[in-house]
Ligand binder design. Structure first.
Ligand code: G6P
Length: 612
């Protein structure tokens, strides 16, 4: 969703801002703009569509100046248009603001300000902010900082803002409440940004601003205070990844690069969470005794992370004696889930900033629950608000369609389930050792699938046309079917539906004909699920369905029933979803490529959904 950047230093601000915005493109946007302080005036350029359009405007009408703010906008209030693009200005053009979040009371503030003579140009909620600041200055605020403090206190909702004052040229202001914002420290220059990858190539350390804090960022120092005006000592932290991690590294897209990173990431997670003596170490956040007494787990997440949560539920219920539920965070927060303080809440999130998942954490804490987050981003809101965190440590995930974060979340659930099992003696140490040894085979199996990508590409290219596709799986691979369908629709824009194969007779079977691709996840299992899947496949075959199976290497029989087979190596039943999904990620990838979509930045989607 909206991306914010800001710069103060001695370089020309416009190219720095554009570079930062380019690195934020993955968040999703439909227009962009920058404002630069230039010879005593704040000048701006804005354009709808891709950043290239804004760059063209800047080539024709460059902006000179060494401090500025920039924004990529994902429209909420008002259509994507030049006038609705940020930065927004006060009437006297002395204050410019970029904003990520939603100001819920903007309508009443707008009415009040209109009554005081302010004239609004856009349909956005954001535009009230510069006008409020201007009004505070008019009414005698002692300084720009005082005006910002007063203005922000009037806002209800969520914001990460960057603010530029015409009359205070040696500072860029920023503040956050409920939306992500960081301050990057460089050499004789400083930055603000929605996230670290936006400025990773320019900074040596980072300050994670807390909710309710405001910073005055100068070229050589940063001053922070709370909304109440109390001074906060800045706490710069080293950045744990390199700028190359946020580059494409020779791959045609970030998504393809991220798919290829999975074997390495999965291996590293095994190394990180399994100690030299073979025991699983999840860190000190929650004590073993807590898990011994635990009787209920509630997993909350959105999108792909929700599918990882579904896998986590199946695995934990299978291996431990604990009742586990998974819910969509957007549903969880508005239903009445009857949670008691003894329930462990596990939010799962790549970004750590998804608004609904964050809201669920806050509710859980209000109910007295412990919160154990599975998250990828250090310093994110979720990390800071949870009692303990299991990091997926994937490095920045830039492709909007989540891939490496998903398999890393699955791996964390596998480790967590085995850890809990060990503590509660649900399995013997010998059994756990057996599981772990088989979990170690997963990264190589994923590597094998990726090596086979040419075969997957040919199959994807054969079936990519047509309006729709159906994905079916059972038990551990029911979430895989949902995730495969989600990947496909996200990036190839083909309607795709994931279904529990046993439910097929209750509806989707009506769709089967010779042109509907039906992707069946049918890897061999030690229980009856494989046979059941075969029966479902036969039902599709009997109706002339176009069957593509994900099957275990060596399963010759399945060829007789299907048009195409994506073979994957055999791994233990419980771990097949980590391997199978990679075949479906590649299948979606090559289908999208054949359909000519913008794979890393699919239309309308945002990487980090920071508003409800
Ligand atoms: C968006 C992204 C998805 C992601 C979901 C949850 O919809 O496009 O890829 O799965 O948000 O995001 P999170 O950061 O909480 O995992």
């Amino acid at each position: 969703m909206c991306g914010v950047v800001g710069y103060i230093g001695s370089k020309s601000a416009a190219p720095v801002l554009i570079d930062g915005l380019r690195r934020l493109e993955y968040r999703g946007y439909d227009s962009a703009g920058i404002a630069v302080l230039s010879e005593g005036r704040i000048l701006s350029r804005k354009e709808t569509g891709r950043l290239a359009n804004l760059e063209k405007v800047l080539t024709d009408a460059p902006l000179q100046g060494t401090r500025g703010i920039g924004h990529t906008r994902w429209a909420t209030h008002g259509a994507p248009s030049q006038v609705n693009s940020h930065p927004h200005f006060s009437s006297d053009e002395a204050v410019a603001v970029v904003h990520n979040g939603i100001i819920e009371n903007y309508a009443e503030l707008r009415d009040e300000l209109t009554g005081k003579g302010h004239h609004f140009l856009s349909e956005t909620d954001t535009e009230v902010i510069p006008h409020l600041i201007e009004q505070e200055l008019k009414e005698g605020a002692a300084s720009p900082l005082a005006a910002v403090l007063h203005a922000l206190k009037r806002l209800r909702g969520a914001y990460a803002v960057g603010i530029l004052f015409r009359d205070e040229p040696d500072a860029v202001y920023c503040a956050r409440l409920g939306s992500p914002l960081i301050i990057g420290l460089g050499d004789g220059e400083n930055f603000i940004a929605s996230d670290v990858p936006a400025i990773i190539n320019r900074i040596s350390s980072v300050i994670y601003l807390n909710d309710g804090e405001i910073a005055r960022v100068r070229q050589d120092r940063v001053e922070i205070c709370t909304l109440e005006g109390a001074t906060v000592e800045p706490d710069p932290q080293a950045v744990s990844f390199h700028s190359e991690d946020a580059e494409c590294a020779g791959f045609e897209t970030f998504m393809l690069k991220e798919i290829h990173e999975q074997p390495r990431i999965l291996r590293a997670l095994l190394g990180q969470y399994i100690s030299a003596d073979g025991s699983i170490d999840i860190g000190p956040g929650l004590k073993p005794d807590y898990f011994r007494k635990l009787n209920r787990i509630m997993i909350v997440a959105c999108g792909t992370a929700y599918h990882a949560g579904m896998y986590g539920k199946l695995l934990m219920e299978n291996l431990t004696g604990i009742a586990v539920e998974t819910d969509l965070a957007s549903e969880f927060r508005y239903r009445d889930p009857k949670i008691d303080p003894g329930t462990l809440v596990i939010p799962v999130s790549q970004s750590g900033e998804t608004a609904d998942t964050l809201a669920s954490i806050r509710m859980a804490k209000d109910w007295g629950c412990r919160v154990l987050a599975i998250c990828n981003v250090e310093g994110s809101s979720m990390v800071r608000e949870s009692d303990a965190v299991l990091f997926t440590n994937c490095g920045p995930e830039i492709g909007v369609a989540s891939t490496k974060a998903y398999t890393a979340q699955q791996m964390i659930f596998a480790l967590l389930a085995l850890y809990i099992t060990g503590i509660r003696n649900d399995l013997t140490p010998e059994q756990i050792k057996g599981y772990l040894s088989e979990l170690h085979e997963v990264p190589d199996a994923v590597h094998y699938v990726i090596q086979n990508k040419e075969t997957i590409r040919k199959i994807a290219e054969k079936h990519h046309d047509g309006p729709s596709s159906l994905y079916m799986g059972r038990k551990f691979n029911y979430p895989t079917a949902l995730e495969g369908a989600l990947k496909n629709k996200e990036i190839s824009y083909q309607h795709a539906e994931g279904y529990a194969a046993g439910e097929m007779k209750h509806g989707p079977i009506a769709l089967i004909n010779e042109s509907l691709p039906v992707i069946c996840i049918c890897t061999k299992t030690s229980d009856e699920v494989y046979e059941k899947m075969l029966s479902n496949i036969k039902e599709v075959e009997a109706r002339n369905g176009r069957i593509i199976a994900v099957a275990t290497e060596g399963d010759i029989e399945i060829r007789k029933l299907t048009q195409d087979v994506l073979y994957v190596p055999e791994v233990r039943d419980e771990f097949t979803p980590i391997v199978n999904v990679v075949a479906l990620q590649l299948m979606a990838y090559y289908a999208a490529r054949a359909r000519g979509t913008d794979i890393d930045k699919p239309r309308n989607l945002a990487k980090s959904v920071t508003v409800e």
